[in-house]
Design a protein around this ligand. Structure first.
Ligand SMILES: [Zn+2]
Length: 540
């Protein structure tokens, strides 16, 4: 029987019959042509020596597993001198020689494996009617072809941690095409230098300020321009600031209280929740980040399965969540955003100005204040109002200004203030500006640190490398020891630093991939599975 044209992979074959069992459907096929060409000499033969059957797995039909049972003839080569006396006919557009899966099934499984890894991928494949063992799927991931890459010209080199802070590998990103082109198992200068030597097209190497990659680039690509990437410079500057501000914690706290006390001028002093975490530091919120990574992976898996036509129940089983969760994820308009705790707000807050005013007018009766507030349609419990009244009374007794507003619970941390320094002035909120002004007024060194930071950030943003020397001189003569050390460090790597402040290249994309690597590694790739991790990163 001829096969319909929508099965192009079965071109040249004829269908004898279809049999079905509980395990799926089997298509019994044979080649349409009478002859086959000898792979050795190319001559066609019609002399059949023997027959055998090959079983090949194919993509499912409507979720039903499909196997091909291919009747293969073995031919005698007609050329007497040919070394290939007997040969079996091949169907190269369908399956590899000795292959047990069709090309299209292999490709589908590789896609699933690269996206989800071995265990989850195997579960998804089974749910879609493509049964494959975890080990077989890992083998397919290993065998997946690396996407072709153009010879790179500008690369970013950076480390990634195998285990937090213990062993490191190296990731190399093509900065022009903004995608990873290789992963090396170690953070090793010889390894990186050898890699660079194998890629002589490289003219620019963006790197951090560690001597290791500088050394590797000097030896592996001596003619290439080395660039200290801006991301790392900002990172190091932030670290220096944080170190400096650690010694000024008392001042940071005093400035926050002073602002809270003079709250007439400033609506709110910056609370820790209002200040975003520093982008380059991961210590805080690691648990939240992991939770979010898991949510993202779940979201992706669920949507992928749904798009592939899977039903809710199999999705729930595959991903290992309840059906309600599957529905909830499907309803989301996009990948879940990371949840951050909102700044603490109380139902009391809108009434505080009123309470302060009435207190100033001389009203000391909590019950009465509570009734007045209720008349203004604020549904508040008496106990909340009583707490505020008690606070006002304590302040009055202590001879402090009677401020109903809660004192800022925690002053900003040195790290948060460092971030604030790095932020452009026009992007600071009025409260943040007031806070910085307070700090600058309180301490000359802080004022100098803020000024130097702003100058450096602007130089970096506007790529004004020519201002570097003046900045270094100013920082080295300045009153902030941590910034003096930072400047001295930059001087030690001056050419690459200046290039980093002038050239368009930055390791920004590399950092993005380092983060993606972390997500992949959470799925359990140790050093033993380095090749798998590499495949998945390069295919991503
Ligand atoms: Zn032959």
């Amino acid at each position: 029987m001829r096969l319909p044209p929508f099965l192009p992979h079965l071109k040249g074959l004829r269908l004898a019959e279809i049999t079905t069992t509980d395990e799926g459907a089997t298509l019994h096929l044979f080649a349409a042509r009478r002859t086959a060409a000898c792979p050795s000499c190319g001559r066609r033969s019609r002399r059949v020596h023997s027959r055998c059957d090959r079983t090949i797995a194919d993509l499912p039909w409507s979720g039903v597993t499909v196997r091909l049972r291919l009747r293969v003839r073995r031919f005698l080569c007609p050329v007497a001198a040919c070394p290939q006396r007997i040969f079996a006919e091949q169907v190269p557009h369908l399956v590899e020689r000795y292959g047990r899966r069709t090309h299209r099934l292999r490709a589908a499984l590789q896609q699933i494996g690269l996206a989800l890894g071995g265990a989850t991928g195997a579960r998804l494949a089974a749910a879609l009617g493509l049964p494959v063992g975890r080990t077989a799927l890992l083998g397919l991931i290993r065998a997946a072809p690396s996407p072709p890459s153009e010879p790179p010209r500008a690369v970013g080199v950076d480390e990634f941690a195998w285990r937090r802070g213990q062993r490191f590998g190296t990731i190399i990103v093509d900065l022009e095409r903004r995608r990873p082109i290789d992963l090396l198992p170690d953070r090793d200068a010889d390894q990186v230098a050898a890699w660079l030597r194998r890629h002589p097209t490289i003219t620019t190497v963006a790197r951090d300020r560690s001597g290791l990659y500088a050394d590797a680039a000097t030896r592996g690509a001596p003619a290439a321009q080395q660039v200290v990437d801006r991301w790392h410079m900002l990172h190091n500057l932030g670290e220096a600031l944080e170190q400096f501000l650690l010694h000024k914690r008392a001042l940071l706290s005093d400035a926050a209280s002073a602002l809270a006390a003079s709250s007439a001028a400033v609506p709110d002093s910056p609370t820790p929740a209002e200040l975003p975490a520093l982008p380059w530091q991961e210590r805080a919120g690691e648990a939240g980040r992991q939770r979010h990574a898991a949510q993202l992976a779940r979201y992706e898996a669920i949507h992928r399965l749904r798009a592939a036509g899977a039903d809710i129940a199999p999705i729930a089983r595959t991903v290992g969540v309840s059906r309600e969760t599957v529905y909830r994820y499907l309803r989301l308009p996009g990948p879940p955003a990371r949840m951050r705790l909102p700044a603490r707000r109380s139902a009391l807050d809108p009434c505080l100005p009123y309470l302060e005013r009435r207190w100033a007018e001389g009203c000391r009766n909590g019950k009465r204040l509570w009734r007045e507030i209720r008349e203004q349609d604020f549904a508040l419990s008496y106990s909340g109002v009583a707490r505020v009244v008690a606070r006002l009374r304590r302040a009055e007794r202590a001879g402090q200004p009677a401020v109903a507003r809660r004192a800022t619970t925690r002053p900003p941390t040195p790290r948060q203030v460092a971030l604030l320094f790095l932020r452009r002035p026009e992007k600071r909120t009025p409260a943040q500006q007031a806070y910085i002004a307070q700090l600058r007024e309180a301490d000359e060194a802080i004022a100098s640190a803020d000024g130097l930071t702003q100058e450096f950030a602007a130089m970096l943003r506007e790529r004004r490398g020519e201002r570097l020397d003046a900045w270094l001189t100013e920082a080295e003569a300045g009153p902030v020891p941590a910034l003096r050390r930072f400047a001295t460090g930059l001087r030690g790597d001056l050419d690459a630093v200046r290039a980093g402040l002038s050239e368009p290249w930055s390791n920004g994309p590399t950092e993005g991939y380092v983060h993606k690597l972390k997500l992949l590694k959470r799925q359990g790739y140790g050093r033993a599975d380095f090749d798998l991790l590499r495949q998945r990163v390069l295919a991503a």
